[in-house]
Design a protein around this ligand. Structure first.
Ligand code: ZN
Ligand code: MG
Ligand code: ZN
Length: 483
């Protein structure tokens, strides 16, 4: 269902949050001329509130605005609504499918309806027309967001099967994490999925330090066993991992030579993972790493005629809220700077604590890596959570435990004397609100595009590539019959 139908029909009575199916209309396209290359840069789990947090942090601490600010000020930009076929809250697999196919599906699947019927993705359409294709991500390359542009599966978690589909499709560029879904030592079926790529002439890279010097016109680079480690740990804990910008740069460098242009999806995939854990600093550093990458992609777009850069979040995660503190909220920005004192991700902190930490160890480890000294009652709360006894309220909103309790105990202070970071999370789940989206580059109309739907992006891409294609639609009521 396209945006206009949604506005027209709204929420139909009797089916709760499910949205009614409707006839398609043609949303006005903000892309006005034909593109040779498309780069789609997905920020997973990135809300407007995350945007503000990073924006203010960068201005105050680096003395300059972020590239994403520049993008939103000079480009065609707005907000995107993201509901899936049968839920007002989308997951990443339904969201990425909608970008890649123009159709909404049920959460948890990749480019497939619950009856198994498969959808055709923009990468397939582009490849069939002689274009090169690629995916780059800080997650495993078989994880939902990159995989949805290639694979079809009713279960996004079947990543070993999804890896087989990546073998079938053979995108020219696949760079991210995920050795575990290709390696014969780590796959449950013992298959070596590097071999077919090697046989097909791919450059295979598994050592992050060899990425920069990798050459060739086709590459499979899996640079970590699972997801690429968090940027905050890469930066401050000396964890060996590639930066997103290095991966994206290599992807663009390889695709740049493609005779008929290319379609490349790049993903900052772990803003979402940090927000699921209510880890504001890990989220911030993922966003800052994404922003460096965005700068590189905007430069590339500027100097490469016929390139369109699309930037969009797939949904919000965690319900981040940066709140005002102090007299006339005047302490808000100072206290937000406490983010500077955070030097490790929550998973890293939890690893240091182990499975049965004492309260004083909890207090010390947290102080070392966040600059905040929590009290013994808070330490005890985390101690209990690690032991499986959850004492923070609202299990429905905070099911990811014990890590959410760590975020919870880092809150506190008084309005007169704020001592703790002024970022609150409403949940460890995804959220429904509209998220940032922007277009940049070749022939992009600079008008803001207001509120769009995630279905619109597929049609902008096909239109700018000169492709006419419509995937089959499934009504939400029909989809629900399968569950
Ligand atoms: Zn997502
Ligand atoms: Mg993702
Ligand atoms: Zn998520």
């Amino acid at each position: 269902m396209r945006r206009k139908d949604f506005l027209k029909t709204g929420f139909a009575a009797g089916i709760g949050s499910m949205l009614p199916a409707g006839n398609k209309t043609t949303a006005p396209s903000p892309i006005i001329s034909k593109a040779r290359n498309i780069i789609f840069f997905a920020y997973d789990g990135f809300s407007w509130e995350d945007f503000s947090s990073a924006q203010h942090f960068a201005r105050r601490n680096f003395g300059k605005p972020l590239h994403i600010e520049k993008l939103f000020q000079t480009g065609s930009a707005g907000s995107m609504q993201s509901h899936s076929l049968t839920s007002m809250v989308t997951d990443s697999s339904a969201a990425t499918t909608t970008w890649a196919t123009g159709q909404k599906i049920v959460n948890g699947s990749l480019s497939a309806y619950p009856d198994g019927k498969e959808l055709t993705t923009i990468l397939e359409l582009a490849k069939a027309r002689g274009k090169a294709t690629g995916v780059v991500s800080t997650t495993r390359v078989t994880h939902a967001t990159p995989a949805g542009w290639i694979a079809k599966h009713i279960n996004r978690r079947a990543e070993e099967d999804i890896a087989k589909q990546l073998v079938e499709f053979k995108a020219d560029v696949m760079i991210g994490g995920g050795v575990e879904t290709f390696s014969p030592e780590l796959r449950s079926d013992g298959l070596d999925l590097y071999k077919p790529f090697f046989d097909a002439g791919y450059t295979i890279v598994t050592d992050p330090e060899r990425l920069a010097s990798a050459t060739g016109d086709k590459i499979l680079a899996t640079l970590h066993e699972s997801h690429i480690p968090f940027e905050i740990d890469r930066k401050f804990q000396d964890i060996k991992a590639p930066a997103l910008k290095e991966m994206a740069q290599k992807g663009v460098e390889i695709l740049d030579g493609a005779k008929n242009g290319f379609v490349l999806q790049v993903e900052a995939g772990r803003i979402d993972h940090a927000n699921h854990r209510n880890d504001a600093a890990a989220s911030l550093w993922e966003t800052l790493a994404a922003d460096e990458t965005l700068g590189i992609l905007m430069d590339y777009t500027d100097r490469t005629p016929g390139t369109v850069l699309i930037v969009a979040s797939d949904h919000g995660t965690g319900g981040t809220s940066v709140y005002g503190v102090g007299e006339r909220y005047r302490s808000s920005s100072d206290i937000h700077d406490l983010l500077k004192k955070r030097t490790a991700s929550f998973p890293w902190i939890m690893d240091q604590l182990g499975s049965s930490p004492g309260r004083s160890l909890i207090v010390d480890v947290i102080e070392d890596s966040t600059g905040v000294r929590v009290g013994l009652p808070e330490a005890e709360m985390l101690q209990k959570a690690i032991a499986g006894e959850i004492t923070m309220p609202d299990e429905a909103a905070f099911p990811r435990q014990p890590i959410a309790t760590l975020g919870w105990i880092l809150k506190g202070g008084t309005n007169e004397n704020p001592t703790h970071l002024n970022i609150n999370y409403g949940t460890t789940q995804h959220t429904a609100g509209a998220v940032p989206a922007a277009l940049y580059g070749n022939g992009v109309d600079v008008k803001p595009f207001g509120l769009v739907d995630n279905t619109d992006f597929f049609y902008w891409m096909t239109e700018s590539l000169g492709i006419q294609y419509e995937n089959p639609e499934m009504a939400a009521e029909k989809a629900l019959e399968f569950y």
